[in-house]
Design a protein around this ligand. Structure first.
Ligand code: C2O
Ligand code: CU
Length: 512
């Protein structure tokens, strides 16, 4: 079975309402009308998946024939209000994921209003691209937008020619044009895709989607059926219910970053069911242009399992149940609802004081969690060891850094230094400092390579992990170690407040 969509639970009758990626052979007929149609078809596919070696005891025969995933104990239909469509894998080979992806204008209902937005496959957010670590991924992309575009595979270590940077790694794809992105996905984790042409405008119009790369052996943090992908984004609408023009707030918008109405998986206020004491694994992507998010889950125990490039070495409990995720960043959470069945919990998206105005956080309710079912005991802690971590080798953190990068604000003109392209030798690792010389926070994003934060200015970070996006607070200096492999070419780094990147808060280097 080529699909890597989380299968339906075993031990329960197959659930027709659940969106699952069906067996390729069964659905070839549905392909012409795209994933929407395929998703709506009730598929009865009896191809059994291979059970994991330590799978739960055998289920009743009729259920076992359906699926081999461990039983989910979540309430029935727990994620119906949030589950995202998944791009259908057109290639039956187990280690190849081949999908079609079209960018097009489509009507989207946002908070009861129908808005004409820019979408991938007519969905907001775009469908999830799912693969397993090591898979080859082929994306047949078609641009049906009125403007040129490209796709950047944020966080994936792709060949340079697939990085989606217009005029640098590829020509912009014109309206009506196509491009085949061919990549390998060498790392497990949660990533995302978005345009790199007029990024602030195009992402603001609705172009973003998650990429989930699973471990070939699914990790046992929670059963695969208890995982959820949450794409945080925002939308700016006029009073008449149209998309605001990307330059609506002029130079101030460029300088402070444009923020709109918070959305979770495209919804103004989403709903979810959870069982007290039973953990869920959330993969959270912040696809906003500029909107930092502090996701507050009152009444939950919240652990941070990892971030950009999958699981960290060990989980860390987040005080007050608040998980912060800055634009471009991902965070993986282990959330345990507390409370009695029948109770409901309102999760809020709190603002983060990235401009250092000392304003108290604004809290927007974004998710209603209904507690259902008998409380579960003894499942409320993440495994003590999540992943093996290899520190970046071949770097001397005590030597002077190879590069000193900085975010600069020259009387309102935002940029990064060095402004000139520099060269890095393929196959070496370097220590860089990234200093924020401005009065506002900026999320630093590096294309092509993941890095380890060695020092935050106040010692090493509390979790050891690789990442591609990290917040650099006003006046903060980070020290990072970057392992460069042999993927030669011109790569970029930039602020992931896209309004800032668009006015030039970015730089480039060449690996060769
Ligand atoms: Cu997600 Cu160059 O960015
Ligand atoms: Cu910035």
């Amino acid at each position: 079975m080529p699909s890597t969509e989380a299968p339906a639970p075993r031990g329960a009758p197959p659930r027709a309402h659940r969106l699952r990626a069906p067996c390729t052979l069964c659905t070839l007929g549905a392909l012409s009308s795209g994933w929407v149609a395929a998703a709506l078809v009730v598929v009865s596919c009896s191809t059994p998946a291979t059970p994991p070696p330590d799978a739960a005891p055998p289920a009743p025969p009729e259920a076992a024939a359906q699926d081999a995933a461990p039983a989910s104990l979540q309430p029935a239909g727990w994620d119906d209000g949030l589950r995202l469509p998944v791009l259908e894998d057109l290639d039956p080979a187990p280690d190849v994921v081949e999908v079609r992806l079209e960018a097009k204008v489509a009507p989207i209902t946002v908070g009861g209003q129908t808005v004409s937005m820019w979408t991938y496959e007519g969905a907001l957010p775009g469908p999830v691209l799912r693969a397993k670590r090591g898979d080859r991924v082929v994306v047949h992309f078609k641009n049906s937008l009125p403007s040129p575009t490209t796709i950047h595979w944020h966080g994936l270590r792709v060949p340079n020619a697939m990085d989606g940077v217009p005029e640098v790694t590829q020509a912009p794809i014109p309206p009506g044009g196509t491009f085949d992105y061919e990549l390998r996905v060498p790392d497990a984790g949660t990533f995302w895709y978005h345009p790199h042409v007029a990024s602030g405008a195009q992402v603001g119009y609705g172009l973003y989607g998650a990429v989930v790369v699973e471990e070939p052996e699914p990790s046992r943090v929670v059963p695969a059926s208890d995982e959820l992908t949450l794409v945080l984004s925002d939308v700016s609408l006029t009073d008449a219910g149209a998309l605001e023009t990307p330059d609506a707030t002029g130079g101030l918008g460029d300088y402070f970053g444009r923020e709109g109405r918070p959305l979770v998986n495209g919804r103004v206020r989403a709903s979810l069911k959870a069982r007290p004491g039973l953990p869920q694994r959330w993969r959270v992507v912040n696809a906003s242009r500029a909107h930092y998010a502090a996701l507050e889950l009152p009444g939950f125990d919240v652990y941070r399992l990892g971030g950009d490039v999958g699981l960290a070495e060990a989980a860390r409990r987040l005080p007050f149940g608040i998980a912060t995720v800055v634009p471009g960043e991902r965070v993986e959470l282990f959330v345990v609802p507390r409370g009695a069945p029948g109770q409901s919990i309102v999760a809020t998206w709190n603002t983060v004081d990235r401009l250092h105005t000392t304003a108290p956080p604004e809290k927007t309710p974004v998710l209603d969690v209904a507690l259902e079912g008998e409380p579960v005991v003894g499942r409320d802690l993440p495994p003590p060891q999540l992943a093996a971590f290899e520190p970046v080798a071949g770097v001397d953190a005590s030597a002077p850094p190879a590069r000193a990068l900085a975010f600069v604000d020259d009387r309102g003109a935002l940029s990064m230094t060095p402004a000139e392209m520099f060269t890095v030798r393929a196959g070496t690792s370097e220590v860089w400092t990234v200093t924020n010389l401005t009065g506002q926070d900026h999320p630093f994003h590096l294309h092509g390579f993941a890095f380890q934060v060695l020092d935050t200015g106040a010692g090493p970070p509390s979790q050891r992990e690789l990442r591609d996006t990290v917040n650099v607070a006003a006046r903060q200096r980070l020290t990072i170690a970057v392992p460069f492999d042999d993927r030669a070419g011109t790569w970029m780094f930039h602020c992931h407040i896209l309004d800032h990147a668009d006015v030039g808060m970015m730089g480039m280097f060449m690996v060769r």
